[in-house]
Design a binder for this molecule. Structure first.
Ligand SMILES: Cc1cc2nc3c(=O)[nH]c(=O)nc-3n(C[C@H](O)[C@H](O)[C@H](O)COP(=O)(O)OP(=O)(O)OC[C@H]3O[C@@H](n4cnc5c(N)ncnc54)[C@H](O)[C@@H]3O)c2cc1C
Length: 371
């Protein structure tokens, strides 16, 4: 048996734990003081793969692998655990507001056609007839992506944890990694042998492999490994809305996620919606900004302008979270830590951690067992 310790159990750590739990010769342990909260607990769960302008290389591959894996992962998890995971299969409607944008969307549709992936351009008139709940006055056009999805991030994470646990993974909840013991070989390469913890149910964990999936917590952890990976927080605020008559905006028609300029309307069923999220950057030192209520109001107003009926809804909750954004390099970071034989980083997923969690888990499995 090879022992694998995963530090961090947001959606990324949980997806890795589940994927590794299916490999018979691995013994997997996960530690996290508060799983399924942090960035994952604040996310809207939109899986924007096909609609993204990423068309080649790893950035596209990871998105497409994830979208495909989600289609098998959700029924797999639901049948194993008996738990339902809210998963919107009605696609994603991306609105654009200036005619100049049309060409780039036409190009994307052509690329996706060549990849045999459906993506449809809609005129303002098409939108009017298909989505009467939308105010088309300021709209130049839209793109409908039937293969994109949305999922409930914390419910997904909890279900991944449950399935992993049933498959034999050990979870130490309420426990944080504080430091590591490492050895150095004659080639000056290091091997992490032990995780020191904050106590709780376990004081140290001996391991053959260490996977750092700690989001923003990855920066202090890699500092302890003398290989600091800078990840800064980008604040996002969002709201939960409820229509008084429990009816949907589309009055029974299928409801895709609707997205505009960084404004997303996520239907949850029974007249409930999430709307968000602001994108608020930290200062140079990486200190996140204070929550700016005006920025949240602006996003909310954009949603009301696009979908006037929403203005009649009650705001039942507002929240914020911090997205883990790598500094000086693209997101995410999925690789072996330089100078180490047995440390894997799976972190810095910034705005797409929920989307990319399944592909990340498969990639980590590949790094560990060479598939
Ligand atoms: C408002 C908002 C909206 C978003 N919307 C979307 C979206 O629609 N689609 C999408 O794909 N993504 C979205 N994201 C981004 C997404 O939430 C993140 O990319 C994703 O959650 C990152 O997952 P993670 O598991 O790496 O990090 P996290 O969820 O932050 O989890 C990291 C975990 O590590 C643990 N940890 C930290 N330090 C230690 C330590 N020393 N020891 C043990 N454990 C530790 C923490 O407790 C935490 O549980 C959104 C984010 C925000 C804030």
């Amino acid at each position: 048996m090879s022992r694998v310790a995963i530090v961090g159990c947001g959606v990324v750590g949980a997806a890795i734990a589940y994927e590794l739990s299916k490999i018979p010769h691995l013994s997997v342990t996960v530690i996290d003081p508060q799983p399924a909260q942090a960035s994952t607990g604040a996310a809207l769960g939109i899986l924007m793969g096909v609609i993204s302008h990423k068309i080649k290389g790893k950035a596209w591959q990871r998105r497409w692998v994830s979208l495909q894996r989600y289609e098998t992962l959700i029924p797999e998890l639901e049948s194993q655990t008996g738990q339902q995971i809210p998963y919107n299969r009605q696609g994603l409607l991306k609105i654009y507001f200036t005619p100049e944008e049309q060409e780039s969307w036409e190009n994307l549709v052509t690329v996706r056609q060549s990849q045999n992936i459906p993506l449809e351009l809609l005129s303002a008139r098409d939108i009017e007839s298909r989505y009467p709940q939308l105010n088309t006055n300021a709209i130049a056009g839209a793109v409908f992506s039937p293969r994109d999805r949305q999922i409930h991030p914390s419910r997904l994470t909890q279900t991944l944890m449950e399935a992993a646990k049933q498959n034999g993974v050990t979870f130490h909840i309420g426990v944080a990694a504080t430091d590591f013991d490492c050895t150095t070989d004659q080639q000056n390469r290091k091997t992490c042998t032990k995780i020191c913890t904050s106590g709780g149910s376990i004081e140290e964990i001996s391991t053959d492999w260490l996977v750092v999936a700690a989001g923003l917590g990855s920066t202090p952890l890699t500092r302890h490994l003398a290989a600091t990976t800078e990840i800064h927080p980008v604040l996002g605020q969002a709201i939960h809305l409820r229509l008084s008559n429990a009816d949907s905006l589309s009055h029974g028609q299928p409801e895709p996620v609707i997205t505009g300029d960084d404004m997303h309307i996520v239907p949850l069923g029974s007249g409930e919606y999430w709307v968000g999220a602001t994108v608020e950057f930290p200062d140079e030192a990486g200190t996140p900004p204070e929550e700016d209520t005006q920025k949240l109001q602006l996003v909310t107003q954009q949603a009301f302008d696009l979908c006037p009926e929403l203005a009649n809804a009650t705001i039942t909750n507002t929240w914020s979270g911090l997205r883990p954004r790598p500094q000086g390099r693209p997101a995410p970071i999925i690789e072996k830590l330089a100078g180490y034989n047995n440390v894997i980083l799976a972190t810095g997923h910034y705005r797409n951690g929920v989307l990319l969690a399944p592909a990340t888990a498969l990639e980590v499995r590949g790094l560990l067992v060479g598939e």
